[in-house]
Design a binder for this molecule. Sequence first.
Ligand SMILES: Cc1cc2nc3c(=O)[nH]c(=O)nc-3n(C[C@H](O)[C@H](O)[C@H](O)COP(=O)(O)O)c2cc1C
Length: 327
Amino acid sequence: MNTLPINSRSPWLAPLAGYSDLPFRMLCRKKGCTVACTEMVSIKGLKYGGKNTFELLATHPDDTPLVVQVFGGEPDDFAEAMPGLLEQGFTWFDLNCGCSVKKVLKTGGGSGLMLDPDRLVDIARNMIKVAGAGRVGIKIRLGFNFGEDNYIEVAKRLQDEGAGWITLHPRYAKQMFSGSADWSKLALLKEALDIPVIGSGDLFTAQDGVDCIEQTGIDSIMFARGALYDPAIFAHYHEIMDTGRASPASPAALGGLMREHIEITREFCDSQRSFRKVRSILPRYAKGLDGIRAIRGRLTRCENWEQLLEAADEVTDLIIDPSVTSE
Ligand SMILES: Cc1cc2nc3c(=O)[nH]c(=O)nc-3n(C[C@H](O)[C@H](O)[C@H](O)COP(=O)(O)O)c2cc1C
């Protein structure tokens, strides 16, 4: 594939550290996600060949198109490590300039790069030199400190270097996730650039995704927390685009979703670690439904895949049982 789908009919799955692993990406793809991003991968880890880094890059021929997100603060590390990614067959990349967690800021990377646009551009240039023009996206914030916007100036420089797209999470780095995403800045960025703009930020429902595109004119959106709470957000998004409305979430559909997540994880990553991970994620899908506490307890007591599947099926029965009281 020579170009990535970046349009209103192609919702993306955001990079989500700890979550956007191979099974979760496959689940989201099954639900209508068009392009998926990996969890952020350390460029130093790639350079030195860490085991954890290797696991983060686990993929499958059906896991496509895939964008590998990398983070780090040293331009030379990118020049050295990028060829290895291409040798492994990866073709699309994203540079993390939005993450504000200490672990990432300590590397000089993530949203810290918004404070040092020259370094940011050097890194992007080194990535693009290896991957090719149009094959690297950059995920940025409005700026680092509150009120100190430099996103348009940074994005224009990146466009000039051959960036393929810009993703904007319109909050300041210092805000982390507080306050609200300022979608009006997405519209300003779209006006300022010729390359595609993808929006991320406070897209909790499929309707939020549709509204964000309609209100700002950006090219596409990526779902993050919205997908964590309901991977079927992608299907709902397509439904709204096609028919103007999405069918309401039903308990049966959520029970089915749990089953799919379990089965896909088992198929793509059958280990004790992924079992425990899925077991901890599933209760989230039942958020807001009747009997949530009972469901949580039931799921966390499961000790193997079979028990987990049974519990997922019971979720459906439990919720549609009219004798269950609401919490
Ligand atoms: C658990 C979690 C992990 C995240 N990991 C990453 C990451 O690895 N790289 C990145 O660029 N952004 C990461 N983000 C930010 C999201 O990609 C997204 O930009 C942000 O959550 C805003 O979108 P939302 O408000 O719709 O969730 C993460 C967010 C969450 C909640």
